[in-house]
Design a binder for this molecule. Sequence first.
Ligand SMILES: [Zn+2]
Length: 311
Amino acid sequence: MAARAKLKILFCPAEILEMQQFRIGTNLMLLLFQSVMKYNYYRRRSGWHFAILSVGVTTLMSACAMQRDAVDFSQGQWIDLTHAYESSTPYWPTASGFQLDTVFEGLTDKGYYYSAYSFKSAEHGGTHIDAPVHFAEGKESVDQIPISRLVGPAVVVDVSDSCSNYIDYQISVADLQHWETTHGEIEDGSILLFRTGLSDFWPDRKSYMGTAAQGESAVALLHFPGLHPDAAQWLVDHRNILALGLDTPSIDYGRSSQFLSHRILFAENIPAFENLAGLSMLPPRGAQIIALPMKIKGGSGGPLRIVAWLR
Ligand SMILES: [Zn+2]
Protein backbone atom coordinates (compact mmCIF):
# COMPACT_ATOMS: atom_id res chain seq x y z
CA MET A 1 0.00 0.00 0.00
CA ALA A 2 2.84 2.38 0.95
CA ALA A 3 4.68 1.57 -2.29
CA ARG A 4 1.51 2.31 -4.24
CA ALA A 5 1.12 5.73 -2.60
CA LYS A 6 4.75 6.50 -3.40
CA LEU A 7 4.22 5.59 -7.05
CA LYS A 8 1.23 7.90 -7.29
CA ILE A 9 3.28 10.78 -5.92
CA LEU A 10 6.07 10.08 -8.38
CA PHE A 11 3.73 10.36 -11.34
CA CYS A 12 1.96 13.55 -10.26
CA PRO A 13 2.98 16.26 -12.82
CA ALA A 14 3.75 18.81 -10.08
CA GLU A 15 6.08 16.32 -8.43
CA ILE A 16 7.83 15.62 -11.71
CA LEU A 17 8.36 19.38 -12.16
CA GLU A 18 9.80 19.59 -8.66
CA MET A 19 12.08 16.65 -9.42
CA GLN A 20 13.32 18.44 -12.56
CA GLN A 21 13.95 21.62 -10.56
CA PHE A 22 15.76 19.57 -7.92
CA ARG A 23 17.88 17.98 -10.67
CA ILE A 24 18.78 21.36 -12.17
CA GLY A 25 19.66 22.65 -8.67
CA THR A 26 21.84 19.59 -8.01
CA ASN A 27 23.56 20.01 -11.38
CA LEU A 28 24.34 23.67 -10.62
CA MET A 29 25.89 22.77 -7.26
CA LEU A 30 27.96 20.07 -8.94
CA LEU A 31 29.09 22.57 -11.57
CA LEU A 32 30.14 25.04 -8.86
CA PHE A 33 32.07 22.36 -7.00
CA GLN A 34 33.83 21.22 -10.19
CA SER A 35 34.71 24.84 -11.04
CA VAL A 36 36.37 25.39 -7.64
CA MET A 37 38.35 22.15 -7.97
CA LYS A 38 39.45 23.02 -11.51
CA TYR A 39 40.48 26.53 -10.47
CA ASN A 40 42.70 25.22 -7.68
CA TYR A 41 44.27 22.64 -10.00
CA TYR A 42 45.06 25.10 -12.85
CA ARG A 43 46.24 27.80 -10.41
CA ARG A 44 48.84 25.45 -8.95
CA ARG A 45 49.97 24.33 -12.45
CA SER A 46 49.81 27.48 -14.60
CA GLY A 47 48.97 30.51 -12.47
CA TRP A 48 45.70 32.26 -11.71
CA HIS A 49 45.22 33.94 -15.15
CA PHE A 50 45.12 30.62 -16.93
CA ALA A 51 43.04 29.07 -14.15
CA ILE A 52 40.28 31.72 -14.48
CA LEU A 53 40.24 31.40 -18.28
CA SER A 54 40.06 27.59 -18.27
CA VAL A 55 37.39 27.42 -15.60
CA GLY A 56 35.35 30.14 -17.34
CA VAL A 57 35.37 28.35 -20.70
CA THR A 58 34.54 24.88 -19.31
CA THR A 59 31.83 26.25 -17.01
CA LEU A 60 30.20 28.09 -19.92
CA MET A 61 30.28 24.94 -22.05
CA SER A 62 28.71 22.85 -19.26
CA ALA A 63 26.01 25.48 -18.66
CA CYS A 64 25.17 25.53 -22.40
CA ALA A 65 24.91 21.72 -22.41
CA MET A 66 22.53 21.87 -19.42
CA GLN A 67 20.40 24.50 -21.20
CA ARG A 68 20.21 22.27 -24.29
CA ASP A 69 19.06 19.33 -22.17
CA ALA A 70 16.10 21.27 -20.70
CA VAL A 71 12.79 20.54 -22.43
CA ASP A 72 10.35 23.41 -22.09
CA PHE A 73 6.92 22.42 -23.40
CA SER A 74 5.43 25.73 -22.24
CA GLN A 75 7.04 27.52 -25.21
CA GLY A 76 4.79 26.02 -27.86
CA GLN A 77 1.39 24.75 -28.81
CA TRP A 78 -0.12 21.26 -28.55
CA ILE A 79 -2.26 20.06 -31.44
CA ASP A 80 -4.41 16.99 -30.94
CA LEU A 81 -4.40 14.74 -34.01
CA THR A 82 -6.83 12.29 -32.40
CA HIS A 83 -10.57 11.77 -32.91
CA ALA A 84 -12.48 10.98 -29.72
CA TYR A 85 -13.98 7.49 -29.48
CA GLU A 86 -17.79 7.36 -29.39
CA SER A 87 -20.59 5.18 -30.72
CA SER A 88 -20.56 6.99 -34.10
CA THR A 89 -16.82 6.42 -34.65
CA PRO A 90 -16.27 4.86 -38.11
CA TYR A 91 -14.85 1.33 -38.10
CA TRP A 92 -14.04 -1.04 -40.94
CA PRO A 93 -17.36 -2.45 -42.28
CA THR A 94 -16.58 -5.91 -40.90
CA ALA A 95 -15.77 -4.69 -37.37
CA SER A 96 -18.27 -3.81 -34.69
CA GLY A 97 -17.99 -0.25 -33.45
CA PHE A 98 -16.92 1.38 -30.22
CA GLN A 99 -19.06 0.50 -27.25
CA LEU A 100 -19.09 2.29 -23.90
CA ASP A 101 -21.14 0.69 -21.14
CA THR A 102 -21.92 2.34 -17.86
CA VAL A 103 -20.75 0.41 -14.84
CA PHE A 104 -21.89 3.15 -12.46
CA GLU A 105 -22.74 6.83 -12.81
CA GLY A 106 -24.20 9.01 -10.06
CA LEU A 107 -24.31 9.50 -6.33
CA THR A 108 -23.25 6.51 -4.26
CA ASP A 109 -25.05 5.55 -1.07
CA LYS A 110 -22.06 7.07 0.78
CA GLY A 111 -22.89 10.49 -0.68
CA TYR A 112 -20.11 11.05 -3.21
CA TYR A 113 -20.25 11.09 -7.01
CA TYR A 114 -18.70 8.19 -8.86
CA SER A 115 -18.54 7.14 -12.50
CA ALA A 116 -16.93 4.16 -14.22
CA TYR A 117 -17.45 2.60 -17.64
CA SER A 118 -16.24 -0.38 -19.57
CA PHE A 119 -15.45 -0.14 -23.27
CA LYS A 120 -15.25 -2.57 -26.15
CA SER A 121 -13.42 -1.89 -29.39
CA ALA A 122 -11.74 -3.60 -32.32
CA GLU A 123 -8.03 -2.76 -32.54
CA HIS A 124 -8.45 -1.07 -35.93
CA GLY A 125 -11.07 1.65 -35.58
CA GLY A 126 -11.02 5.35 -34.75
CA THR A 127 -7.60 7.00 -34.53
CA HIS A 128 -5.38 3.97 -34.19
CA ILE A 129 -2.01 2.42 -34.95
CA ASP A 130 -1.31 -0.52 -37.23
CA ALA A 131 1.58 -2.53 -35.81
CA PRO A 132 3.84 -4.21 -38.39
CA VAL A 133 2.54 -7.68 -37.41
CA HIS A 134 -0.88 -6.62 -38.77
CA PHE A 135 0.36 -7.58 -42.26
CA ALA A 136 3.85 -9.04 -41.71
CA GLU A 137 4.33 -12.30 -39.85
CA GLY A 138 7.02 -12.19 -37.17
CA LYS A 139 7.29 -8.39 -37.21
CA GLU A 140 6.62 -6.13 -34.22
CA SER A 141 3.34 -6.25 -32.33
CA VAL A 142 2.04 -3.01 -30.86
CA ASP A 143 3.75 -3.51 -27.47
CA GLN A 144 7.08 -4.25 -29.20
CA ILE A 145 7.29 -1.04 -31.25
CA PRO A 146 10.11 1.02 -29.68
CA ILE A 147 8.97 4.41 -28.33
CA SER A 148 11.80 5.96 -30.38
CA ARG A 149 9.77 5.08 -33.50
CA LEU A 150 6.68 6.85 -32.23
CA VAL A 151 8.25 10.20 -31.41
CA GLY A 152 9.92 12.44 -33.98
CA PRO A 153 9.77 15.40 -36.35
CA ALA A 154 6.78 15.54 -38.70
CA VAL A 155 6.86 15.86 -42.44
CA VAL A 156 3.38 16.79 -43.66
CA VAL A 157 2.52 16.23 -47.32
CA ASP A 158 -0.74 17.90 -48.33
CA VAL A 159 -2.45 16.00 -51.15
CA SER A 160 -5.94 17.32 -50.37
CA ASP A 161 -6.35 19.02 -53.78
CA SER A 162 -5.74 15.78 -55.67
CA CYS A 163 -7.99 13.82 -53.29
CA SER A 164 -10.86 16.31 -53.52
CA ASN A 165 -10.83 15.81 -57.31
CA TYR A 166 -10.72 12.01 -57.15
CA ILE A 167 -11.82 10.02 -54.09
CA ASP A 168 -9.84 6.92 -55.17
CA TYR A 169 -6.62 8.93 -55.45
CA GLN A 170 -3.36 7.13 -54.64
CA ILE A 171 -0.48 9.24 -53.33
CA SER A 172 2.39 8.80 -55.77
CA VAL A 173 6.18 8.92 -55.86
CA ALA A 174 5.74 12.15 -57.84
CA ASP A 175 3.80 13.67 -54.90
CA LEU A 176 6.71 12.88 -52.58
CA GLN A 177 9.30 14.18 -55.02
CA HIS A 178 7.26 17.33 -55.63
CA TRP A 179 7.13 17.96 -51.86
CA GLU A 180 10.89 17.48 -51.63
CA THR A 181 11.50 19.95 -54.48
CA THR A 182 9.75 22.62 -52.41
CA HIS A 183 10.72 21.69 -48.85
CA GLY A 184 13.90 19.63 -49.10
CA GLU A 185 14.56 15.94 -48.65
CA ILE A 186 12.50 13.88 -46.18
CA GLU A 187 15.16 13.44 -43.50
CA ASP A 188 16.05 10.20 -41.75
CA GLY A 189 13.96 9.77 -38.61
CA SER A 190 10.92 11.70 -39.88
CA ILE A 191 7.31 10.78 -39.18
CA LEU A 192 5.59 11.15 -42.54
CA LEU A 193 1.98 12.36 -42.47
CA PHE A 194 -0.35 12.72 -45.44
CA ARG A 195 -3.24 15.17 -45.39
CA THR A 196 -5.94 14.02 -47.79
CA GLY A 197 -8.58 16.36 -46.30
CA LEU A 198 -10.91 13.43 -45.62
CA SER A 199 -11.04 14.12 -41.87
CA ASP A 200 -13.36 17.06 -42.70
CA PHE A 201 -16.08 14.43 -43.27
CA TRP A 202 -15.52 12.58 -39.96
CA PRO A 203 -17.60 10.79 -38.64
CA ASP A 204 -20.03 10.59 -41.59
CA ARG A 205 -19.24 7.11 -42.92
CA LYS A 206 -20.78 7.61 -46.36
CA SER A 207 -18.60 10.60 -47.23
CA TYR A 208 -15.59 9.50 -45.16
CA MET A 209 -15.21 5.96 -46.48
CA GLY A 210 -17.65 5.68 -49.37
CA THR A 211 -20.34 3.64 -47.62
CA ALA A 212 -22.29 3.54 -44.39
CA ALA A 213 -23.15 -0.11 -45.00
CA GLN A 214 -21.66 -2.78 -42.77
CA GLY A 215 -20.69 -6.41 -43.21
CA GLU A 216 -18.48 -8.30 -45.66
CA SER A 217 -20.38 -7.09 -48.76
CA ALA A 218 -19.79 -3.43 -47.80
CA VAL A 219 -16.01 -3.80 -48.24
CA ALA A 220 -16.50 -3.68 -52.03
CA LEU A 221 -18.20 -0.29 -51.63
CA LEU A 222 -15.28 1.42 -49.88
CA HIS A 223 -13.88 4.54 -51.54
CA PHE A 224 -11.15 6.72 -50.05
CA PRO A 225 -7.61 7.82 -50.99
CA GLY A 226 -4.44 6.03 -49.89
CA LEU A 227 -0.75 5.54 -50.51
CA HIS A 228 0.21 3.90 -53.80
CA PRO A 229 2.37 0.77 -53.30
CA ASP A 230 5.04 2.28 -55.61
CA ALA A 231 5.32 5.23 -53.21
CA ALA A 232 5.54 2.86 -50.23
CA GLN A 233 8.33 0.96 -52.01
CA TRP A 234 10.13 4.22 -52.87
CA LEU A 235 10.02 5.27 -49.21
CA VAL A 236 11.44 1.92 -48.09
CA ASP A 237 14.16 1.97 -50.76
CA HIS A 238 15.20 5.62 -50.69
CA ARG A 239 14.19 7.18 -47.36
CA ASN A 240 14.43 6.21 -43.72
CA ILE A 241 11.17 7.22 -42.01
CA LEU A 242 10.14 6.16 -38.50
CA ALA A 243 6.42 5.83 -39.15
CA LEU A 244 3.69 7.00 -41.49
CA GLY A 245 0.17 8.30 -40.98
CA LEU A 246 -2.84 9.74 -42.75
CA ASP A 247 -6.41 10.99 -42.29
CA THR A 248 -8.20 8.06 -43.94
CA PRO A 249 -9.34 4.63 -42.60
CA SER A 250 -6.36 2.80 -44.15
CA ILE A 251 -2.96 3.48 -45.75
CA ASP A 252 -3.98 1.49 -48.83
CA TYR A 253 -6.81 3.16 -50.74
CA GLY A 254 -10.40 1.96 -50.34
CA ARG A 255 -10.40 -0.07 -53.56
CA SER A 256 -7.38 -2.13 -52.47
CA SER A 257 -7.77 -5.85 -51.96
CA GLN A 258 -4.08 -6.79 -51.67
CA PHE A 259 -3.06 -4.10 -49.14
CA LEU A 260 0.37 -3.86 -50.73
CA SER A 261 1.39 -0.58 -49.08
CA HIS A 262 0.69 -2.12 -45.68
CA ARG A 263 2.73 -5.20 -46.59
CA ILE A 264 5.70 -3.24 -48.00
CA LEU A 265 5.99 -0.89 -45.02
CA PHE A 266 5.28 -3.45 -42.31
CA ALA A 267 7.90 -5.87 -43.67
CA GLU A 268 10.38 -3.13 -42.69
CA ASN A 269 8.78 -2.65 -39.23
CA ILE A 270 7.43 0.80 -40.18
CA PRO A 271 4.10 1.24 -38.32
CA ALA A 272 1.15 3.31 -39.60
CA PHE A 273 -1.28 5.74 -37.98
CA GLU A 274 -4.80 5.85 -39.44
CA ASN A 275 -7.88 8.07 -39.09
CA LEU A 276 -5.85 11.10 -38.00
CA ALA A 277 -7.44 14.48 -37.22
CA GLY A 278 -6.23 18.09 -37.34
CA LEU A 279 -3.49 17.70 -39.95
CA SER A 280 -4.53 21.03 -41.55
CA MET A 281 -3.08 22.74 -38.46
CA LEU A 282 0.44 21.43 -39.11
CA PRO A 283 3.09 23.13 -41.26
CA PRO A 284 5.00 21.03 -43.84
CA ARG A 285 7.89 20.87 -41.37
CA GLY A 286 8.56 21.91 -37.78
CA ALA A 287 6.04 19.97 -35.67
CA GLN A 288 7.15 17.22 -33.29
CA ILE A 289 4.95 14.14 -33.09
CA ILE A 290 4.23 12.02 -30.03
CA ALA A 291 2.10 8.97 -30.88
CA LEU A 292 1.48 6.58 -28.01
CA PRO A 293 -0.83 3.61 -28.55
CA MET A 294 -2.52 1.44 -25.97
CA LYS A 295 0.07 -1.20 -25.06
CA ILE A 296 -1.71 -4.42 -25.93
CA LYS A 297 0.61 -7.40 -25.53
CA GLY A 298 0.82 -9.17 -28.87
CA GLY A 299 -1.71 -6.76 -30.43
CA SER A 300 -1.77 -6.01 -34.17
CA GLY A 301 -2.75 -2.40 -33.44
CA GLY A 302 -4.81 -0.37 -31.03
CA PRO A 303 -6.28 2.98 -30.02
CA LEU A 304 -3.75 5.77 -30.41
CA ARG A 305 -3.40 9.16 -28.76
CA ILE A 306 -1.35 11.19 -31.19
CA VAL A 307 -0.39 14.83 -30.65
CA ALA A 308 1.87 17.35 -32.32
CA TRP A 309 3.93 19.97 -30.54
CA LEU A 310 4.60 23.12 -32.45
CA ARG A 311 6.99 25.83 -31.30
ZN1 LIG B 1 -5.51 -0.33 -39.01
